[in-house]
Design a protein around this ligand. Structure first.
Ligand SMILES: Cc1cc2nc3c(=O)[nH]c(=O)nc-3n(C[C@H](O)[C@H](O)[C@H](O)COP(=O)(O)O)c2cc1C
Length: 203
């Protein structure tokens, strides 16, 4: 049973969440978990101006995903930061290249799930997750979120990401806030939950 974790991260928050998703998924018996990133679409000049060049080097070793790798997976967990309340362009461009898979019904019946990150608490996490899931539904995927069985999403004693639509983290206006223990635990829960469902469907 193959689980693909596919992400885009500019400043490392989604990458850290993707690692936690992976930690959750690998613990499920029979799960073969792969981590992949989508291609960067911005030039090095622009990335440097955005202050992202150095941090991107820390995950440059993660292989860039080929579109056909999606067809080989049983479950795909997508991670992308919010851009203006929506999925970032790098991920959208990759998704726009999956038309050939759509034409062949190649992703129909696979498990799909999403997680995100935004600068601010109410800057579009839910809209990003929900609009992302629309694409998965067009592909005929079985969409899985983050159930309230992960009780950490109801806590009120600290600021936290996480919703029934998927795990999330809040990076802060200057990006200095890192994923909290609770947000990482949500990501682990989601990775485990998706892999457990895929195991029931495909093992
Ligand atoms: C062009 C652009 C648009 C953004 N739009 C939003 C937004 O609508 N709401 C928000 O809270 N954060 C917004 N952000 C902040 C990013 O979501 C934040 O940098 C990201 O979640 C950090 O994740 P990363 O480190 O994995 O890249 C935006 C950032 C950029 C560069």
């Amino acid at each position: 049973m193959k689980v693909l974790i596919l992400y885009y991260s500019m400043y490392g928050h989604i990458y850290r969440m993707a690692q936690a998703v992976r930690e959750g998924a690998v613990g499920v018996k029979g799960a073969e978990v792969q981590l992949r990133r989508v291609p960067e679409t911005l030039s090095e000049e622009i990335l440097a101006k955005m202050g992202a060049l150095e941090v991107q080097k820390s995950f440059a070793h993660v292989p860039v995903c080929q579109v056909d790798e999606l067809a080989a997976a049983d479950a795909i967990i997508f991670g992308a930061p919010t851009r203006f309340g929506n999925v970032c362009g790098q991920m959208r461009q990759f998704l726009d290249a999956t038309g050939g898979l759509w034409a062949k019904n190649a992703l129909v019946g696979k498990v799909g799930s999403v997680f995100t990150s935004s600068a601010t608490q109410h800057g579009g996490q839910e809209s990003t997750l929900l609009t992302f899931q629309v694409t998965l539904l067009h592909h005929g995927m079985v969409v899985v979120g983050l159930p309230y069985a992960f009780a950490g999403q109801t806590r009120m004693d600290e600021i936290t990401g996480g919703s029934p639509y998927g795990a999330s983290t809040i990076a802060g206006g200057d990006g200095s806030r890192q994923p909290s223990d609770n947000e990482l635990e949500a990501a682990r829960y989601q990775g485990r939950h998706v892999a457990q469902i895929a195991a029931k469907l495909f093992a």
